[in-house]
Design a protein around this ligand. Structure first.
Ligand SMILES: C[S@@+](CC[C@H](N)C(=O)[O-])C[C@H]1O[C@@H](n2cnc3c(N)ncnc32)[C@H](O)[C@@H]1O
Length: 214
């Protein structure tokens, strides 16, 4: 992808409205109210209801980084959210008991399903920038609504960590979290995410930020 395209990225003009739901969410944000999803919802609730620190990785892709974190920090419960079914199905059989992977839109999970004050850490590595403007307006993850939903879900001292190689997307994210406090980067393991590996290979700059509600 050309650097020019990255530099020309702009956030959507207006926040997507969400009367009665989350616009553009995978399967509709009321998906998990449907009877065929009852078991998935119960499995999610059973996982997050177990006491102890809960960390979330949004968009884990091949899951290599997440699996390494899960093994490196066995005292943490890890929830991996990914909209691509094949990625979830590939990782699920390898998941130890402290990992739950779910094919679910992070906007639905944080907006409607996550108990308040439950999460200690949210990792969003290389969120999809959505180059198509129409899709960006509907699907961009890091919006004021998502930030507020994450704030509600975070436990005291909880952090959100974001990395991207799209400079203007990072400017948008930094503005979004301007009212929060900068926080130390959360601990990580030895394995990098798929996109981190691509950036290292191609010499692409990565912007990172970690914030906690002020
Ligand atoms: C650009 S990729 C980055 C993948 C990985 N985090 C990395 O660093 O290589 C973005 C990932 O987020 C997933 N994704 C996009 N929107 C999502 C959402 N709303 N909820 C959960 N996952 C999402 C995509 O399917 C994709 O795997």
């Amino acid at each position: 992808m050309s650097d020019d395209r990255r530099e020309r990225w702009r956030p959507p003009e207006a926040a997507a409205p969400r009367p009665g739901g989350i616009r553009g969410a995978l399967g509709g944000s009321r998906l998990f109210e449907q009877p065929q999803y009852v078991e998935e919802l119960q499995a999610f609730r059973a996982f997050v209801d177990v006491p102890g620190p809960l960390a979330v990785e949004v968009g884990f892709d091949d899951g290599a980084r997440l699996l390494d974190l899960v093994r490196t920090f066995p005292g943490v419960r890890w929830l991996g959210l990914e909209v691509r079914e094949a990625r979830v199905l590939a990782l699920a059989p390898q998941a130890p008991p402290n990992l739950h992977v779910w094919r679910a839109d992070a906007r639905t999970v944080f907006g409607l399903l996550m108990p308040p004050g439950r999460v200690s850490r949210v990792d969003v590595l290389f969120p999809t920038p959505w180059w198509d403007e129409g899709k960006r307006a509907k699907r961009l993850l890091l919006t004021p609504a998502f930030r507020d939903d994450v704030a509600r879900a975070l436990a005291p001292g909880g952090v959100v960590h974001v990395a991207t190689d799209v400079g203007p997307y990072f400017e948008h994210v930094a503005a979004l979290f301007a009212g929060w406090q900068a926080a130390p980067e959360p601990m990580t393991g030895a394995v990098r995410s798929r996109r981190e590996r691509v950036c290292a290979r191609d010499g692409l700059r990565i912007w990172r930020g970690t914030w906690t509600p002020g």
